[in-house]
Design a protein around this ligand. Structure first.
Ligand SMILES: [Zn+2]
Length: 246
């Protein structure tokens, strides 16, 4: 049998857009336990295409609304139509993200101040908050490498690395600190410290031919903006320690 999967978007103005995002083929003589229903690879491909269709439709509709000038209600002209990369939980998507010209009804200084991107500043790190939260949560619970592996195993997102997870976790922690202070708790919460500590770990299995013990290794890195005078002239320090052999 053949299964075709379509997405149909109905916009608020009544326009309907329909496109095919996938096709599955299941031959009757190949029926078996390994190909029943949707497989993980099929699901990841479909999810990525579905996400791409939804995000692009959502962005184009939001932009269309924002093209209308707040003062005179005329449509603003599109300056350029360059794409942007957006990382989501369900794939890295190249989104059409046009910049708009300022309306001529605006004072000369504003009208000549260059094109405007109505959706600029919405996404930190060019990633959706949902993806950033998952990276931070798994990065806090597992080693960065393991967190990257888990995300990549189940989701059709872009290739993950331990460095990406580590950096996202660090930035989110930093944002949380600043966010709390800006909400009026600055008197009860200490200001963000100048130190950033990254920890990672690994389990090393012995090789019977020349090792006798498994090892758990924890490694860390401390980065400091204000280096103590006694430290060498580096901006970061690295350390490692081995847990008790098992
Ligand atoms: Zn105008």
């Amino acid at each position: 049998m053949d299964v075709s999967i379509f997405v149909e978007t109905t916009f608020d103005d009544g326009e309907i857009r329909r496109r095919k995002i996938g096709r599955l083929r299941r031959a009757p003589d190949e029926f078996g336990s390994e190909n029943v229903g949707l497989l993980l690879d099929d699901a990841k491909t479909l999810l990525r295409r579905l996400q791409e269709a939804i995000v692009q439709d959502q962005v184009s509709e939001a932009l269309e609304v924002r093209r209308k000038c707040d003062s005179c209600a005329k449509q603003r002209a599109i300056h350029d139509d360059r794409g942007r990369i957006l990382d989501t939980l369900f794939g890295r998507i190249r989104v059409k993200w046009p910049r708009l010209r300022r309306c001529l009804c605006q004072p000369a200084g504003i009208a000549k101040s260059g094109p405007q991107s109505p959706l600029a500043g919405l996404f930190s790190d060019r990633a959706t908050p949902e993806l950033r939260r998952l990276q931070a949560e798994l990065g806090a619970r597992h080693s960065f490498r393991e967190a990257a592996r888990l995300i990549e195993m189940f989701l059709p997102c872009s290739a993950q690395s331990n460095t990406t997870v580590r950096n996202r976790l660090g930035r989110i922690a930093d944002e949380l600190g600043h966010g709390d202070a800006s909400q009026g708790h600055a008197d009860t919460i200490a200001p963000p410290g100048p130190l950033t500590v990254f920890l990672d770990g690994a389990h090393i299995r012995c090789r019977p031919e020349y090792q006798k013990r498994h090892l758990d290794v924890v490694v860390g890195k401390v980065e400091s903006q204000y280096e103590p005078a006694v430290w060498p002239r580096t901006t970061s320090r690295q350390f490692s320690c081995k847990a008790a052999p098992k």
